[in-house]
Every structure is written in C-alpha cells, then in structure tokens.
Design a protein around this ligand. Structure first.
Ligand code: ADP
Ligand code: MG
Length: 210
C-alpha cells in the first residue's frame, strides 16, 4: 500500500519528492508574492515578493528542464539558481540554505525525514554563519531554526513551528539586514523572510502529507 510507504511513515524521499517540494514552494511564493512585498515595504524596500517570485520560478524551470538524479543534487541545483537570480540579501541566504542542505544529503538516491532534518539543521547553521544572525534577530532564521528542529518529529510539526516562529517576529526589533536600519520602528511588523521561510516549510509538509 503506497500510503504505508509515505514520507510520514518513514518512507524514502527521492529526487522527485524534492522537485515536487520546490515546485510547490514556487507556487506558494507566486501566490503570496504581494503579501511578502507588503511586509517588506513596512520594514524594508518592498522587493521580497518579487525577488523570491523570480528566483523560485527560475528554480522550477531548471528542475523541469534538467531533473537532477538525487535529493542532494536537486537542492544544490536549486540553491545555485537562487544565488544567481535573486538580487536581494535573501538570494544568497536561501541559496546557501539549499546548497548546504543538499551537500549534507550527499549522493544517496533516497533520504529519510530524519536525515533531511539533520541536513536542514546544517543548512540553517550555514545561513546563520553567512549573515551573522542568531535566533531572535527578526530574520528568516526565526522560522528556520525551530522548523529544522521540529522536522525531527514530523513534517506537520515543522510547518507549525515555522509558522509560530514567523508570527513571533512581530514584537522583535530587527538586528540584521535592512530592517535593522529602522531600529525600534521595526517592532510591530512580521519579518518578510521569516514569512517566506514558513511558506517553504508549509510547502514541504503539503507535499509530504499529500
Ligand atoms: P533585501 O533585504 O536585500 O531587500 P529581501 O527583501 O529579499 O532582501 O529579503 C529580506 C529578508 O532577508 C529579511 O526579511 C530577513 O528575513 C532576511 N535577512 C536579511 N538579512 C539577513 C541576515 N543577515 N541573516 C538572515 N536573514 C536575513
Ligand atoms: Mg527587500
């Protein structure tokens, strides 16, 4: 029975699963682009929606044209594409997230949710090193750190943790990125990058649980 082998019951995640994830992420970013841009207009420069829309459309196209053979290769290809197509800070940051996570997955044809959780934690740590941000600095990391940890438990737990993390950025003062220039005026707004990270993790849970 195919549902007994689904990702949630410990089944294997293959390259096609990762392509479905990023395709679903592209659709979510496309659908929510105006909202992401609105959030970025409050505490940034109003380009986050357009940045990610362009980047994930390019990811979808490259995966469609030349499907990579392994989960690791899918993420590395996608990360490279984000770095080369997204101009804002989020391009190199999300690109690093996917590339580093992909490298951690190695050459395996299939991986488990637990292996993905460990690889994602390494990817999130690489984002933190690259941007110099920590938990509580009001960035994408406030959704990604809790999501990577909760993914060890389940896909749904990861989605809920990312969503909670994004909402929890509202009362924070930004200490990294463009929003930090606003100082205390960044308080009271949800971080755009944490919001898009929650979308990416929701897309993962959606694809995993059908
Ligand atoms: P830009 O700020 O260059 O216009 P975007 O608008 O695409 O880029 O992305 C802004 C988002 O990037 C922020 O909401 C924040 O979540 C994230 N971000 C910015 N700087 C950092 C950083 N140093 N570390 C982690 N995330 C960051
Ligand atoms: Mg911006």
């Amino acid at each position: 029975m195919s549902d007994m082998n689904g990702p949630e019951s410990g089944g294997a995640l293959d390259a096609a699963f990762f392509t479905r994830w990023l395709t679903a992420a592209a659709a979510a970013v496309d659908r929510e682009a105006d909202r992401l841009t609105e959030l970025d207009s409050a505490i940034g420069d109003a380009d986050h929606g357009a940045n990610l829309k362009r980047g994930f459309a390019a990811v979808r196209d490259v995966l469609d044209k030349e499907p990579p053979p392994t989960p690791g290769a899918v993420l590395i290809t996608a990360g490279r594409q984000l770095i080369s197509t997204v101009g804002g800070a989020s391009g190199p940051l999300y690109g690093t997230l996917l590339r580093r996570t992909g490298k951690e997955l190695g050459e395996s044809a299939t991986v488990t949710r637990e292996e993905l959780a460990a690889a994602l934690s390494a990817g999130v740590a690489a984002v933190s090193r690259l941007g110099g941000a920590q938990a509580g600095d009001k960035t994408m990391l406030d959704a990604l750190f809790p999501a990577a940890e909760a993914l060890g438990e389940s896909f749904d737990a990861a989605r809920d943790a990312a969503e909670r993390g994004a909402l929890a950025t509202v009362p924070l003062q930004a200490r990294k990125g463009r929003a930090s220039y606003l100082g205390e005026r960044s308080i009271g707004h949800q971080d755009p990058g944490a919001t898009s990270s929650a979308l990416l993790i929701a897309a993962l849970a959606e694809v995993a649980t059908g």
